[in-house]
Every structure is written in C-alpha cells, then in structure tokens.
Design a protein around this ligand. Structure first.
Ligand code: 5AD
Ligand code: SF4
Length: 485
C-alpha cells in the first residue's frame, strides 16, 4: 500500500475510544503515521456511533465536508468504521458515494486487509457482520471472536513498538474490554443490533492484557462492557463471574486504580458489592443507568426492574460502601412519557443523590422494538425542556456535594493539562493548569508543572463548580511511574 498517513476521528462511547486505540495500533504496525487533519491524510477513518440520530448526523456532515478532498485527491481512502457502518450497511454507500470502506465493530481485526483491498481494487469494500441471523452465524461468530481476541491482545504488540508516535495511546489510564455485545434488547437501543450478542472474554486474556498495560506504566484500568455485571465465562468447566474477575484484576501488582462501566441494574450480584468494599484500589464509583423513574416507562423500555428495585440496589450499594459515588443515565421523552412519568424521574434523581447523571433525549432507532411498535410522540421542545430540567436538578445536588469538600484534601491522578490550559498553550500563552480525577471520579483542576503528569497527588479543595473541584497540590503521593524493563 502506498499510503503513509492516516487520520482517525472517534465518535461515541468508551468502547469506541478503545476500538480506535486498537485500530491506531494496527495502522502503526503497518508503518502508517497518524496526522491530525484529514487534509494531510492518505486514509481518513471515522469510528462512528449509532446510539442516537444526532451522532449519525455529525458523521454524515463530516463525510459531506470531505467531498472536495476526495475530488481533489481521489486516491485518498475514506472509511466509516464502527456502529454506523454496521447499522447502515451498504446503504451508506448510497448516502455517501465517495466512501471507499465500511467496517463494522466486529470486523475491525480485518482492517489492514480491507485497506489493502481498497487500494488494489479501487472499489468500495464492506466488511459487516451483516444480515446473518444471530443464531445461524454462530460458527462465523466463533471465528470472529478468536480474531477479535487477537485484536484486543494486539495492543500488547503495538505497545512494544517504540516508534515516535506512541503517544496515540494513553497508557496512564487504559480501557480493557471484558465483554462484547449486549443481550438485553432494551426497546429503544440499537447496541444489540450493531455489536451483536453478549460474549465475555476469557479472564486469562483480560488479566494478561491488564498486567501488560500496568508494566508499561498504566496506573488506572477501566474494565468495559455494556453490562459488566453480567460477565460470565466458563473456565475449565467452572463459571467465572464479574466479582471474581474484579478480584483477579485488582490483585495485579502495580495497579493503582480499577474502575468498571457500565453496570446493568437487573440481575445484580451482591458479591460485587463485597469486592468493592474489600478491594481498596477499586474506585468507589458505580455507573448504573436507571433510564427512568417511572415504572410504566421502565416496562415500556423492557429494562427488567422497577423503580423500587433500583432504589433498593442503590441503598445496598451505600450500605456496603457508604461514600460511593453513583452515576446514572436517563432518557427523557421516550414514547408516551407523560409529565407525571417525567416528574417521577426528577423524584428519582433527588432520591438517589447521584454524583452525576447523563441525560439523553429519546431518539428513535430504526429496527428497534420501540421504533417498530411505538410513536415517538413527545415533541422535541418538550424533550429539550425535560432534559434541561433534569440536569438543573442534578446540578444543584452536584454543587452541594462538592461544596462539602471545600477545605478537604482529595487524591488525584494527574491526567494532563486542563482543557483551558491546552487551548491557551496552543495559542502560545503559557498555562500551568493541570487536571485529574479523584477515585470518586470528580474532575479536579489545579496548577502544577508538566512533570507532575502521571503522578498521584493530594489536592486541597479551595472552590467548586457543579462539575469541577478547584484547588492546589498539597503533596505528591507517588511520582509518575516509568514503564518496567
Ligand atoms: N435515544 C436516546 N438515548 C439512548 N440511549 C440509548 N439508546 C438511546 C436512544 N435511542 C442512552 C441510554 C444509554 C446511553 C448510553 O445512551 O441512556 O444508557
Ligand atoms: Fe442498550 Fe440496554 Fe444493552 Fe445498555 S443494556 S447497551 S441500553 S440494550
């Protein structure tokens, strides 16, 4: 292949961020150099999200912007990878005829071969899990899973490459996948269609990957899955569940922090709370989406729990780990949501006292049960108003929680320069503002030298906003850790 450079832009969730890192590793092994503008790139890739229409619209508009580039330099390879490729399938070639490549999230391990095919044949190429039914493609799936396992582990090889652009991959805080896909089929959600059935990775591979990352200087690992608490893998005829997996990763020497997202409220296993309580390096943070505070809506969403059951789970979490930080997702304006249903969500947010919530306006997804069977009958402006109202309620709660921390010291893993500092520095203005997070996932901003990046520090909180703690470094608890050997 003649290509020498690539541009890769990521949309969507942490799973996509991880996939993009793996893709970056693959392309680096091919000898390609990453560039930060599509204008300079021989290959332009968008790793896409389908969870809401808005995410897809952004990609379609980015694709539109690339038409002049493709006209000027037709040899540029333009690819859409990830969930939107899988959802739209070849139909995306009709919407964007200047596209060369489609690759679903389950086929990413094939990307180098696909790029070679495009550049040799100069015709559109698509690799998708496709239209096979979930059952009939078991054999193909097993083959793909082996290849995907190798794909996840390929990062270890990429880590060993000492090329100047290793900065593509953030090692300090790394994601490690524990599951692929989802079997829950919440009625609004497209994920089970684009990422396929739920499969748990072998614990041995997860631990091996985590250990290798720690050896390279990683201090914080976040285990990723759509419903991590349903993790289940048969190891030599014996089931390994999520609580045990957590314990095994927690036991790794040199790991400072362990997190996991996302948890599913139904089928919760109390052993996970025990592990959370007993393992000090597991961060006291639980992201456990409620989606609604109305039983009627939860039923229509097919979430499999009631508000009372969800509340009981939150209470149990606090019984085991009293200071735990809880985060949740809410959808507003789902089909048939009345003002009363929405107020029930407001009530739930007040009751739970989350650390933070993510609120989404319902977006119908083609092919889902809700889209086929229900009317998207809440007007957009009502969704927008409910969205703002729920965020405002949470904002008050977040501010109060943070105000209680003023004058206290918090433990922070220093991630890098703050957004404001990066902006100032790129405009040529010096700024020493750094940013990091506490174990409770509170964003903390303070001044310090760049040499502090990668260290664990104590920060004395001086002031707060609903989203951020501001303070000053009091002590360096542990300096940046270099890679071993
Ligand atoms: N519309 C709006 N929000 C959605 N989510 C998932 N599907 C949709 C949809 N169709 C939200 C859920 C989920 C988060 C990742 O995205 O809240 O937890
Ligand atoms: Fe979507 Fe529900 Fe699966 Fe989450 S649990 S990915 S919301 S289907």
């Amino acid at each position: 292949m003649k290509a020498a450079t690539y541009f890769l832009e990521t949309f969507g969730c942490q799973m996509n961020v991880l996939d993009s890192q793996l893709v970056a590793g693959q392309l680096r092994e091919l000898g390609l150099r990453r560039v930060h503008s599509s204008d300079e790139a021989d290959i332009v890739l968008f790793n896409t999200c389908s969870v809401r229409q808005h995410a897809e619209d952004k990609v379609l508009s980015r694709l539109g912007e690339l038409k002049p580039l493709k006209r000027r330099r037709p040899e540029t390879i333009l690819g859409v990878i990830g969930c939107m490729a899988e959802r739209e399938k070849e139909g995306l070639f009709r919407k964007a005829p200047h596209l060369d490549l489609l690759c679903g999230p389950g086929e990413l391990y094939r990307l180098p071969a696909l790029l070679a095919e495009v550049s040799q044949r100069r015709e559109q190429v698509a690799a998708l899990a496709g239209s096979q039914s979930r059952r009939t493609k078991v054999a193909q799936r097993a083959f793909d899973d082996d290849a995907l396992e190798a794909f996840d582990l390929s990062r270890l090889a990429a880590l060993r490459l000492t090329m100047p652009h290793t900065a593509d991959v953030n090692i300090l805080q790394s994601y490690v996948r524990v599951q692929r896909g989802c079997d829950k089929f919440c009625t609004y959600c497209v994920v089970p269609f684009v990422r396929g059935p739920e499969r748990s990775r072998p614990p041995r591979n997860i631990v091996e990957e985590a250990q290798a990352l720690v050896d390279q200087g990683c201090r914080e690992i976040t285990l990723l899955g759509q419903t991590v608490n349903s993790y289940l893998h048969q190891e030599s005829g014996r089931p390994v569940r999520f609580a045990e997996l957590l314990e095994r990763v927690h036991a790794l020497e040199g790991l400072d922090r362990l997190r996991f997202v996302t948890s599913f409220p139904a089928d919760w296993d109390e052993d996970i709370f025990r592990v959370l309580r007993d393992c000090p390096r597991i961060c006291p943070y639980l992201h456990i989406p409620a989606q609604s505070g109305s039983d009627r809506m939860l039923k229509a969403m097919k979430r499999g729990y009631t508000v009372a059951e969800y509340l009981k789970l939150m209470d149990t979490a606090r019984k085991y780990v009293p200071e735990i930080a809880l985060a949740g997702d809410f959808i507003v304006g789902f089909c048939g949501e009345t003002e009363e249903d929405f107020q029930a969500s407001v009530e739930l947010v007040r009751r739970v006292e989350y650390k933070s919530i993510f609120v989404f306006k319902y977006s119908p997804r083609p092919g889902t049960t809700a889209d086929r069977g229900r009317q998207d009958d809440v007007p957009y402006d009502v969704k927008a108003r409910r969205n703002n109202e729920l965020l405002a309620v949470q904002s008050e709660i977040s501010l109060q929680q943070k105000q209680a921390l003023v004058g206290h010291s918090v433990a922070v893993l220093v991630e890098g320069h703050s957004k404001a500092a990066r902006k100032a520095r790129s405009a040529g203005v010096g700024s020493r503002q750094l940013v990091g997070r506490t174990p409770h996932d509170l964003i903390t901003v303070f001044d310090g030298e760049a040499s502090a990046i990668g260290s664990l520090v104590n920060v004395r909180v001086e002031s707060v906003s609903p989203l951020t703690l501001f303070g000053r470094i009091e002590a360096v608890v542990s300096p940046p850790r270099p890679a071993r050997g």
